[in-house]
Design a binder for this molecule. Sequence first.
Ligand SMILES: [Zn+2]
Length: 93
Amino acid sequence: MSWKDIDPKDATEIDCTKRPDLDPPRNEWGEVCPWPWDPQQFKDAPMGQYHCPYCGAMALAGVSHPDYGDGPPADDDSFTQSWDDDSFMGPVL
Ligand SMILES: [Zn+2]
């Protein structure tokens, strides 16, 4: 079962942040979209880019919500790793 198998009109009570089993898409920042059914409802609207009102992801009107996965690797991780490196010996007393 995927969120894509559910019709938007049947999904009004669903919060995808509480339903990881539906494999909900993520935005550019790796956050799960609470309600990814918005973009596909604009079938009759002119094709265009807009931001998902629920998670802020860049989406295309009339097309299923994009999934950006876990997002780009955070710079904070590499900074943290540098302190775990063996070359860091700590302050010399
Ligand atoms: Zn979204």
